[in-house]
Design a protein around this ligand. Sequence first.
Ligand SMILES: [Zn+2]
Length: 412
Amino acid sequence: MRGEEPVVIEALKMRALPEGSCDKLLEFLKLYRDALQMVVDRVWSINENLSKKKLHKLFYSDLMRLGFRAHHAKEIYVYAESVVKSARSKNGRKPILRKLSARVDRYDYRLDLDSMTLTLKLHSGYEARLKLVTSSERVEKFKSWSNYEMVVKYDGSGFWVSIYFRRAIKPLKPRTVMAIDLNFDNITIAVLTSNGKLLGLKRFKTPHRKVLIHRIWVERIQRRYPRSWRFVKGVKKAIDKHGKKIRNISWVYAHRVGDLVAELALKYRSAIILEDLEKLRENNKKGKRFNKRIGLWIYRRIQFCIEYEARERGIEVAKVNPRGTSSKCPRCGKKLAEYRHRVLRCRKCGFVGDRDVTATINLYKKYVSKYSRCGVSGVALNAPKPDENPSGVQGNRDDAMKTSNHMKLYES
Ligand SMILES: [Zn+2]
């Protein structure tokens, strides 16, 4: 994280219509593919790791002789080497390239987003001009980004280009910590200061129950047609319909939560703390809070969107092991017991707290103890003393319920 400035990279894929004849462009793509294959064949037979310098020495002049430009040549040998490497790591056979596709470095094309035209420098001094076909809204945001590479493809019926854009983001120096607890029914968000004072609480409902209903339908159909559901058209169609609903509900929700959380983190200038779902595998008690029937994918999807939106805004995201966060007392560390509905109590020290809010406090404490020592985070963290109740935990429980109503994201 330190050192190099973080960047966001995005590809913009569009149809492209050649202005005039496309013969030279097709010729270029064929030449490019054959050259790529030639380099792949030779790298394959050499069977050792080749440095960029070595690749240059081996292939540069041959590629130039075929009519390529300097940066074409570089793209070809670098890409060929990576193709070979990935085929080897999969223990595969020598790659055979069939597709007509070329990577082009920014020195060999000119992009004009205002007129939506792309000029490509081809072999032997030829050029191709392409008209890019996409909506102006899609393009708008990239006007302030820089682009550094592109891929042009021919799929048998037409040309496609993908332009790779990047934008440097200034990492935001966090002043507060936002801990997020995800469970089956709710997402709970707590914003805390570096010394453990609770600044805000929000709670959103999740659509997981609705997803589960579709999941149950799918299971029911599969049970009724245990052998044939994959093959019978009508049955497969019914399953697909539910699958589509599930995907749709979860993506729409994840995007909205991601956006909302990132905006909130920006407002409070928070570092975002999430549960490390990968660590859940090692922890033995994962069943309870993450419903097994809908699987972890839905939680991952929500986290993915939160992380994506956060990174775009330069917000730091950290993950901590969720072990014990929903069952331990944040004050003394003893196991908590059910007290009332969704409320937990510590028999040792008398702490009482909402189940989900308690989880966020524990996530916060884990983050503080993990990062304050090695100083990775920019937050000046003085962890709450073990006997100090992070303020507002009890009193704000009802507040959390209140905010959940008007901030409700999902109508069930
Ligand atoms: Zn306790």
